[in-house]
Ligand binder design. Sequence first.
Ligand SMILES: C[C@H](O)[C@H](O)[C@H]1CNC2=NC(N)=NC(=O)C2=N1
Length: 118
Amino acid sequence: MSTLNQAHCEACRADAPQVSDEELPILIKQIPDWNIEVRDGVMQLEKVFLFKNFKHALAFTNAVGEISEAEGHHPGLLTEWGKVTVTWWSHSIKGLHRNDFIMAARTDEVAKDAEGRK
Ligand SMILES: C[C@H](O)[C@H](O)[C@H]1CNC2=NC(N)=NC(=O)C2=N1
């Protein structure tokens, strides 16, 4: 099986299963710097990326947008001066799917190449 950062998302089906209690600890270990948040009963993956200014934060935001469009799976993105909060979850199943872990790992890859990281 490919590592998460080389994998691709599968189509977001409304009847797709959420990540199981058994899979969750295995998958979260592969994206160690991401936090699990629960909002209105929806489990999400979240990480804050810091930048030197707004310009670099916006460029990273757009780069994450590019991979999201390519994969057809989209995050929550809060872009502020010097900071981008990225949140992944699957709207169609109101929770976490393997797609979210893939995209979190892919987000980390985008961050590695991003300019102006703090
Ligand atoms: C029609 C469109 O492909 C679907 O609405 C996709 C779009 N991007 C998505 N992104 C996320 N995070 N979850 C979804 O369920 C989802 N569904």
